[in-house]
Write a protein that binds this ligand. Sequence first.
Ligand code: IDP
Ligand code: MG
Length: 162
Amino acid sequence: MSYLTSKMVTIMVKERTFVMIKPDAVQRGLVGKVIQRFEDKGIKIVAIKMVSVKRELAEQHYGIHKGKPFFEPTVNYITSSPVVAMVLEGIGAIEMVRNMMGKTDPQKADMGTIRGDFGQSIGRNIVHGSDGPDTAKFEINLWFKPEEISNFTRIDEEWLTE
Ligand code: IDP
Ligand code: MG
């Protein structure tokens, strides 16, 4: 039955997601460690750059949170020092990256997740990852021009799936 099938079948869809290594992680020298986790998982970097984020970009990126008490502090945080912006690609990459990041508040994030292992406070939580397919599309377009994204096959890709 279709409703059972939808729960039993793992859908193998290649996705792209936007990931940002936030200013605290750059300042604390964690860029390599955070990227290493994604590479170790078999997730492919298809675009990467360091960005000193302008206020306008930060406000667009966090536009959905406008009016919330943490909006201004978060915009200030993201514009305070450079970030590393990336497009990552892999099967089910959007949810996989969110799971690898852990809960928004590093105090509540499980150990073994990036936020759980490297962070202490919700206002300094190391990393951002798109929260769904529509957000991923919006954020990739916001941060990257099409020509900044590379289409290529990594040599280990055929060993990631059966
Ligand atoms: P997410 O990054 O896990 O998707 P969101 O709820 O979308 O979490 O919040 C966006 C970002 O805003 C967080 O990653 C964090 O940097 C900041 N933020 C969210 N809630 C708070 C808060 O209560 N205090 C301070 N900063 C917050
Ligand atoms: Mg979010």
